[in-house]
Design a protein around this ligand. Structure first.
Ligand code: ATP
Ligand code: RI2
Length: 181
C-alpha cells in the first residue's frame, strides 16, 4: 500500500520541525522530506538542501519540484522524488507553507494535514530562543502567525504550546487513526 504525505503547517516557531523529527525517530517507516531552500546552508535548524536562487529557479523550471513557494524572502521546494518513498509504502512528513495546501491536496492522493498551534507570545519566545533570525525577521514572522489555511482544506489541529513529548504522543496516535483526506 502507498504511503501518505503528511503536511505539517503552522506559524513560524510553533515547532513543526521539532515535532516532525521526533515523530520520525519514533515511527519506523516514516521519513522526513528534505526541502530545497535558498537559505545559507550554515543557518542551522532542519537538514535541508541549500541552493542559490538561480539554481532553485533552474530546478523549478525543469520540473524538479512537486511543490514550491516563497516566504520570508526565501524559495522553498519539495523534491518530486518524494513520490518514490510514498510508492515504497513509507509515510513522509513535510514542513509546508499553509499557502500550498490546496496544490498539495490536488496533487497527492491521500494527502494529510496537521496544523500545529501555539499562542503568539509562545511563538515569540521560541523564535528568540532559537536565534536563527534577527529581531526584524522574527517580527515579520510573528505578523504572519494568523495566516489562514486555504478554504476547504481538512486539517487536524494539534496544540504544541505544552511539552514537546505530549505533542509527539498525540501526533503518533493520530497517524494511526487518520484516514486519507
Ligand atoms: N513543545 C515545545 N516546547 C518548547 N520548545 C519547543 C517546543 N516545540 C518546539 N520548541 C522549540 O521552539 C523552537 C522553534 O521550533 P521549530 O524550529 O521546530 O519550529 P518551526 O515551526 O519549524 O519553525 P519555522 O517555521 O520557523 O521553521 C525551537 O528552538 C524548538 O526547540
Ligand atoms: O506562513 P506559511 O506560509 O504557512 O509558512 C511559510 C514558511 O514558513 C516556514 O518557513 P521556515 O521553515 O521558517 O523557513 C514554513 O516552513 C514555510 O516554508
Amino acid at each position: 500500500m502507498a504511503g501518505r504525505l503528511i503536511g505539517v503547517v503552522g506559524p513560524s516557531g510553533v515547532g513543526k520541525d521539532s515535532v516532525m523529527q521526533a515523530v520520525a525517530a519514533r515511527r519506523p517507516g516514516t521519513v522526513l522530506v528534505r526541502r530545497v531552500i535558498t537559505r545559507d546552508g550554515a543557518a542551522g535548524g532542519e537538514v535541508f538542501d541549500s541552493v542559490s536562487r538561480s539554481e532553485f529557479l533552474a530546478r523549478e523550471a525543469a520540473g524538479a519540484f512537486l511543490l514550491s513557494w516563497q516566504a520570508h524572502g526565501l524559495h522553498y521546494g519539495i523534491p518530486d522524488d518524494v513520490g518514490d518513498a510514498l510508492a515504497a509504502g513509507q509515510d513522509a512528513l513535510v514542513n509546508l507553507s499553509r499557502g500550498v495546501l490546496g496544490l498539495a491536496r490536488a496533487r497527492v492522493p491521500g494527502f494529510l494535514c496537521l496544523r500545529l498551534s501555539a499562542p503568539v507570545p509562545v511563538l515569540a519566545a521560541r523564535l528568540a530562543a532559537r536565534g536563527r533570525e534577527d529581531a526584524g525577521d522574527i517580527a515579520r514572522r510573528l505578523a504572519r502567525a494568523d495566516f489562514a489555511l486555504p478554504p476547504g482544506i481538512p486539517a487536524t489541529e494539534v496544540d504544541n504550546s505544552g511539552p514537546l513529548d505530549a505533542t509527539v504522543a498525540r501526533v503518533l496516535a493520530l497517524l494511526e487513526d487518520m484516514p486519507a483526506q
